[in-house]
Design a protein around this ligand. Structure first.
Ligand SMILES: Cc1cc2nc3c(=O)[nH]c(=O)nc-3n(C[C@H](O)[C@H](O)[C@H](O)COP(=O)(O)O)c2cc1C
Length: 205
């Protein structure tokens, strides 16, 4: 398969996400050819789940297409799908939830991994977040929880929040985290790569 230039497709600029949605093109970047047809599908507001999805794909050896759920990718061509998204007020973006619900029948037997990206007041995530965001949310939506899963700590870039959301976060954050809201970045590429490797191993098993 022809190697596509990730930057040419423009996702790295953020602006490209809109163009991609219009064109219906996926983020295709294949360092390694494979007979496995894999996709990672994400829902995000400010991009942390987009980056997690790309790094999970890299952990899978770069064999997975990466889609924003807003691109409405057809699950039919894929055999193995990882799906996940960022958390606001305890749930993933409505666009991701709607996409899963709409495609549930097709997705159900193809889900090979679930992930979520959350803030957790900058505290390390644990079993509580797995229960809340994987077991009680994504696994229920997908009607398939018997797959590798991971909750990642995410990030906040205040400049990317719309003014109302930013004010709401700045007002409530001290009671959540015990300190004022500042930019933070706790999403670790190594953790996403490791999860991608775990998913790949489960597909190959
Ligand atoms: C308005 C808002 C609500 C949030 N709600 C939660 C939440 O309920 N639980 C949580 O752990 N993190 C919460 N977070 C933190 C985000 O999950 C975290 O910053 C994530 O990395 C953002 O993903 P994004 O880059 O796709 O926007 C919230 C963040 C914002 C801005």
């Amino acid at each position: 398969m022809e190697r596509r230039d990730f930057f040419r497709l423009g996702l790295a600029t953020g602006v490209g996400a809109i163009a991609l949605a219009k064109d219906g093109r996926a983020l295709e970047y294949y360092p390694v050819e494979s007979d496995k047809k894999c996709a990672v599908i994400f829902g995000t507001w400010c991009g942390s789940s987009r980056d997690a999805a790309i790094w999970i794909s890299e952990g899978m050896g770069g064999i997975a297409d990466v889609f924003d759920a807003r691109e409405n990718p057809d699950p039919a061509p894929f055999d193995h799908i990882v799906i996940g998204g960022s958390i606001r007020s305890g749930v993933t973006p409505s666009e991701l939830q709607g996409y899963i619900t709409k495609n549930k029948t097709s997705l159900k037997t193809k889900i090979r991994g679930l992930f979520a990206v959350c803030g957790n007041g900058e505290r390390p995530v644990g079993p509580q977040q797995k229960t809340a965001y994987i077991d009680n949310h994504l696994a229920r939506l997908c009607e398939n929880g018997n797959v590798p899963s991971k909750v990642f700590n995410g990030r906040i870039t205040k400049a990317l929040l719309d003014p109302q959301t930013r004010k709401r976060m700045e007002d409530s954050y001290p009671s959540i985290a015990g300190k004022p809201l500042e930019n933070y970045d706790l999403l670790k590429r190594a953790d996403c790569l490791a999860f991608g490797e775990e998913v790949l191993a489960s597909i190959q098993a």
